[in-house]
Design a protein around this ligand. Structure first.
Ligand code: SF4
Length: 396
């Protein structure tokens, strides 16, 4: 695969095909692809929702998003270590550790988890205990982003992560390297944001399943390679003249951690929904503004996380209820309805559902709840359910 600038890949179809092929790979295979042009490159796993990948990149590593293993892996070993009522991303991520896919021999230096839920917390320690020699790091993100102490606390936590990682790779991660990585990831986020704007303002210019494939592909390639690919995709999307169709504009909410199967997104769109906003892989595009490249880069990342982040239900802010974030998302995207799509057994999403449902009912916004998991083979029942929902709104 060649995502370098040049004439090799120019059409949106071709880029999306490559992205879809890339996201089908296991982390070790994606890293091996990146190593074809960067021999010796090592990877570092990033479990959703957020970790400062700039620090990982500045350490000379490739940050690789850990969104589970889809249907690519049998989770036999992980099943024996987890109870049955647990989300599938936790199960398949543990299997990746136990199978060695995320091990040193596969080229991985380690992985980082953060305090999004009890499952992620336990997964970090279960992975560390059951995959000896694998370096796992746990980021304690602030439980209240609005308190005055949160700024210094978060800066120290990110600095601790930097120091530990530097010790692991055996060389310092200096400020200048982090600033260069911040500038690069600013460009990555800017391009993703522009693709999202195209989808919202020119419905049909890019399908959400394709946009999601591109964003996910960006989590398993070097950002230096993602930028020219996304630029070519954006140019192609801008040129594409969408065909208007009767659809219901929806916000897709709840998939902030585990990645739903692309076939599920396809099913939602083919059932008559135009997804105009979503929280898919939100940690990789979380900042709404560029992170400053001047001054202390670790403090800049901490500040951006606290004050410049998109709302997600795992980022706690006592001054800004989650329901407000969702309602703002609905208003800003001029959506007609909300599809609350959450991973099976995802506790944060289930807690959110209670609050979201009440807030949407009070505002008179129609909504539909669906569930997904990695090993879903058939989407016909869900498609029928969504079609019925869509038609009830279109022909009301
Ligand atoms: S899917 Fe939900 S429960 Fe599972 S790790 Fe993610 S946030 Fe936690």
């Amino acid at each position: 695969m060649n995502f370098s600038p040049g004439p090799a890949i120019t059409s949106a179809e071709e880029i999306i095909r490559e992205c879809r092929a890339l996201v089908e790979l296991l982390p070790s295979q994606a890293l091996a692809r990146a190593r074809e042009s960067r021999p010796g490159l090592r990877g570092f796993g990033v479990f959703p929702v957020y970790a400062p990948q700039e620090i990982i990149h500045a350490a000379g590593l490739m940050p690789v998003g850990l969104f589970g293993a889809g249907a690519k892996l049998e989770t036999t070993r992980a099943d024996s270590r987890f109870q049955s009522f647990i989300c599938s991303i936790a199960r398949s991520t543990l299997e990746l550790f136990l199978s060695g896919d995320l091990g040193r021999e596969s080229g991985f230096e380690g992985a980082v988890f953060s305090s999004i839920c009890d499952v992620a917390r336990n997964l970090c320690s279960v992975a560390g205990r059951n995959a000896p020699g694998v370096y796992v790091e746990y980021l304690h993100l602030p439980q209240n982003a609005a308190t005055p102490a949160a700024r210094e606390y978060t800066r120290r936590e990110f600095a601790r992560f930097r120091d530990n990682l530097a010790g692991r790779v055996g060389r310092p991660i200096d400020d200048e390297a982090i600033r260069r990585s911040i500038a690069l990831y600013n460009r990555v986020r800017e391009l993703i944001c522009e693709l999202y704007t195209q989808r919202q303002e020119r419905p049909g210019s890019i399908r959400t399943a394709d946009l999601f494939a591109a964003v996910l592909a960006g989590t398993c390639m070097m950002p230096e390679d993602f930028v020219p690919m996304a630029e070519a995709l954006l140019a192609s999307v801008r040129e594409h003249a969408p065909v208007p169709r009767d659809t219901v504009n929806v916000v897709l909410e709840g998939a902030f951690c585990e990645a739903p199967p692309l076939d599920l997104i396809d099913a939602i769109e083919s059932a008559g929904c135009q997804i105009v906003e979503d929280d898919l892989a939100i940690g990789w595009r979380i900042f709404r503004k560029d992170v400053p490249v001047e001054g202390d880069p670790v403090a800049a990342l901490a500040d951006a996380y606290l004050a410049g982040s998109a709302y997600t239900s795992v980022r706690h802010d006592s001054t800004r209820p989650r329901t407000r974030g969702l309602l703002e998302r609905v208003e800003a995207s001029r959506a007609d309805a909300v599809i609350l799509a959450s991973a099976k057994f995802c506790e944060p999403a289930l807690f959110d559902y209670v609050l979201f449902r009440r807030a949407l009912d009070e505002r008179g916004v129609p909504h539909l709840k669906i569930e997904f998991e990695e090993k879903m083979w058939t989407f016909e029942r869900l498609r029928n359910e969504i079609e019925t929902f869509t038609e009830s709104l279109l022909f009301d």
